[in-house]
Design a protein around this ligand. Sequence first.
Ligand SMILES: *[C@@H]1O[C@H](CO)[C@@H](O)[C@H](O)[C@H]1NC(C)=O
Ligand SMILES: *[C@@H]1O[C@H](CO)[C@@H](O)[C@H](O)[C@H]1NC(C)=O
Ligand SMILES: *[C@@H]1O[C@H](CO)[C@@H](O)[C@H](O)[C@H]1NC(C)=O
Ligand SMILES: *[C@@H]1O[C@H](CO)[C@@H](O)[C@H](O)[C@H]1NC(C)=O
Ligand SMILES: *[C@@H]1O[C@H](CO)[C@@H](O)[C@H](O)[C@H]1NC(C)=O
Ligand SMILES: *[C@@H]1O[C@H](CO)[C@@H](O)[C@H](O)[C@H]1NC(C)=O
Ligand SMILES: *[C@@H]1O[C@H](CO)[C@@H](O)[C@H](O)[C@H]1NC(C)=O
Ligand SMILES: *[C@@H]1O[C@H](CO)[C@@H](O)[C@H](O)[C@H]1NC(C)=O
Ligand SMILES: *[C@@H]1O[C@H](CO)[C@@H](O)[C@H](O)[C@H]1NC(C)=O
Ligand SMILES: *[C@@H]1O[C@H](CO)[C@@H](O)[C@H](O)[C@H]1NC(C)=O
Ligand SMILES: *[C@@H]1O[C@H](CO)[C@@H](O)[C@H](O)[C@H]1NC(C)=O
Ligand SMILES: *[C@@H]1O[C@H](CO)[C@@H](O)[C@H](O)[C@H]1NC(C)=O
Ligand SMILES: [Cu+2]
Length: 633
Amino acid sequence: MKKDELPQAGGEGQDEEKPSGTTAKKTRIPLLFIGAAIVFVVVVLALGLGLGLGLKHKKGAAGGTQSSNGTLPSSANGTSGTSPDISFARPSWRRNPLDYELDLSWDINAAPTTRVFNLTVSEIQAAPDGVLRPLLVINGQFPGPLIRVNQGDRVLVNVTNQLVNGTSMHWHGFYQNGTNWMDGTTSITQCAIPPGESFLYNFTVEQFGTYWYHSHFSTQYTDGLVGPFIVHSPEEAKIQEMYDFDQVVLLQDYYHDLSTALLPGYLASGNENAEPLPDNGLIQGTNFFNCSSYDSDSGYTCYQNSTRAIFNVAQGKRYRFRLINTGAFGEFQVSIDNHTIQVIEADSTLVQPVTVSRLPIHIAQRYSIVFHANQTATNYWFRAHMNDLCFSAENPVLDTDVRALITYTNTTSDPTESVDWASALDGSCEDLALSDLVPYDPLPAPQVDITYPIEVSFQIGNFALDKAYINSTTWVPDTIPTLNQAVAGLHANDANFTTSGVSSAYDASQLIIDVPTYKVIDILINSLDEGAHPFHLHGHQFWIMASGAHGDFNWNSYPTLNMTNPMRRDTLTVDAFGWALIRFKADNPGLWAFHCHISWHMEAGLLMQWQTRDDIMKGWTIPSDVLALCNAK
Ligand SMILES: *[C@@H]1O[C@H](CO)[C@@H](O)[C@H](O)[C@H]1NC(C)=O
Ligand SMILES: *[C@@H]1O[C@H](CO)[C@@H](O)[C@H](O)[C@H]1NC(C)=O
Ligand SMILES: *[C@@H]1O[C@H](CO)[C@@H](O)[C@H](O)[C@H]1NC(C)=O
Ligand SMILES: *[C@@H]1O[C@H](CO)[C@@H](O)[C@H](O)[C@H]1NC(C)=O
Ligand SMILES: *[C@@H]1O[C@H](CO)[C@@H](O)[C@H](O)[C@H]1NC(C)=O
Ligand SMILES: *[C@@H]1O[C@H](CO)[C@@H](O)[C@H](O)[C@H]1NC(C)=O
Ligand SMILES: *[C@@H]1O[C@H](CO)[C@@H](O)[C@H](O)[C@H]1NC(C)=O
Ligand SMILES: *[C@@H]1O[C@H](CO)[C@@H](O)[C@H](O)[C@H]1NC(C)=O
Ligand SMILES: *[C@@H]1O[C@H](CO)[C@@H](O)[C@H](O)[C@H]1NC(C)=O
Ligand SMILES: *[C@@H]1O[C@H](CO)[C@@H](O)[C@H](O)[C@H]1NC(C)=O
Ligand SMILES: *[C@@H]1O[C@H](CO)[C@@H](O)[C@H](O)[C@H]1NC(C)=O
Ligand SMILES: *[C@@H]1O[C@H](CO)[C@@H](O)[C@H](O)[C@H]1NC(C)=O
Ligand SMILES: [Cu+2]
């Protein structure tokens, strides 16, 4: 945390900031659309006010989107909760924001059970922010449904692929101890689920906290295949006292084109790692977009009827927002006008509460914040400022000031006295200062056994594709999952698969480090690249032993590293030209991806793997339904 980000006692003098309400874009709805909306309302009413219109919910922390003209739809008065019900205006593909409210009456002490979910993925045309595009949806809706379970539960998720391409589902942050083949990472732990087929993910949940799930097939999640995964635990009782409402908040950057349409240009020769630039940002899968940003010959169909998310709050209550950045590229700086926020969880690690005005959240990271609705009862902006200072160029149609409305008064009018925090936006896309993140439940780091330095770079050739490298390897998905290769190699007692260190058993496109038996590993990530990279390790939480925004790790400092209770998480941002030393216990058998979570970078090859616990893997038989995915063609 920077000094100027500290909330100031007494007053919050933000002289240079003008009330943000004045910058809000107002647009007139074309007559045609009002007509269409009326027809739609009539049809819905005729069908009977069902469709959730009279839905009752007790602990409505938030929900709803603004109606087109800035007032609540009159047909919404069938509801009784604190949230406006928007079912009359909500297209069937749009997720009901009430679905992301976490009823606090959920039994966190329930005995472990099996919970079953169906996730059917398909492609539709939809306009989350008003711009029509092909969108990948789960059970017909975007963003994906909430998966909510207790620690210790067995989870069965039947993923059915109705796409024209393969797919898979990854459960971000879960250990999958003993079930590596359920990690959902195509070409590493499974073959893609072919079009028209189903696959049953079956695993137990050993952890608790805020997680998410997403497709792990090329850049596919960027096209809509994301959703929240919340795990409760009896241990949560101690922090539940800190808030009155609990709520998932999905943040993401957003493109008006399919990722597969953007990839060739990005990977083209001579392109100096110029990532595709987001066109918008979404909160709960929705946002305003100004259609006049596009010329009539842009090729886009844009409906000027999309609106920002809205969170209803009650004076005096405290709200837990579980922020999840499900985006492809953009880091957000989250703040609430006139309210400080308290950070209580980072990824799935509870942390000692720290108060900030602005919180950076990079791709795939999660933070829980608590804020107190104790200001003047009016409307305020919740901001997820997309940090384009870290983009290589500017997208003229992108409004980086991505906002949702926080209303104390159950109204949807733009705030007039809501003031953004004066603290500067961080121009380098760094995580919160390490000193601000102290795990609530202390866990000392063990002594290290082996340190592996790696170097991250992008290498561009005039006649070569623009590719990302870890040392000299740029990852290309292998046809046969590396897990399948490893288990076969171990069964055959092939010594190539049991030698500690960089493995020679695989194709040259795979950088895999073999840790045959239990060891404590340090990864020293050195970035030679000018961009920040949010690195994610599958199957583990790692301790962040040290990090730096420039220069190199000083090896002489090894004996003095803080081992008492360093921060642990599963996704860490390595600064531009910076470095980080992270430590993990290689005690979880399998093939685990370690990669930059920026969709474009992973696809450009920024991925390596860890092969761990050969001693246990040697005894494995990969389930036949997992293997069968590779036979279907
Ligand atoms: C907004 O639209 C609703 C429903 O069409 C209408 O009842 C209301 O008067 C409109 N409000 C304004 C401010 O135009
Ligand atoms: C909503 O409230 C208005 C005014 O109280 C009433 O006339 C109308 O019938 C109500 N609509 C519904 C759907 O309950
Ligand atoms: C919010 O407004 C809607 C529609 O006017 C109403 O039905 C609902 O009861 C209100 N909620 C609260 C908490 O006042
Ligand atoms: C916006 O208008 C289009 C065209 O009438 C419609 O298909 C879509 O469902 C509308 N979206 C919302 C959020 O009302
Ligand atoms: C999942 O789908 C099956 C049909 O394939 C259905 O029988 C079952 O009830 C569904 N389960 C849930 C939890 O939706
Ligand atoms: C998964 O869903 C598909 C499609 O509904 C169904 O055919 C299949 O039987 C389901 N599999 C399991 C294991 O439930
Ligand atoms: C399916 O894959 C092909 C080949 O990569 C791609 O051109 C197409 O856009 C993909 N479709 C979707 C919906 O992603
Ligand atoms: C899920 O996995 C467990 C442990 O391997 C197994 O006992 C159970 O039968 C599996 N459930 C299904 C529905 O396949
Ligand atoms: C509002 O709540 C915050 C967080 O609990 C607290 O620091 C602040 O003093 C409160 N302000 C007022 C005006 O009560
Ligand atoms: C928000 O804070 C600013 C700056 O302290 C203040 O001028 C403004 O009145 C506050 N807004 C409300 C609604 O209290
Ligand atoms: C990567 O390259 C660096 C610099 O040459 C070297 O020190 C390191 O050992 C290499 N790491 C691996 C895993 O090969
Ligand atoms: C995973 O299971 C192994 C035993 O198979 C155990 O030694 C290890 O500590 C476990 N790791 C985690 C992260 O649960
Ligand atoms: Cu990256």
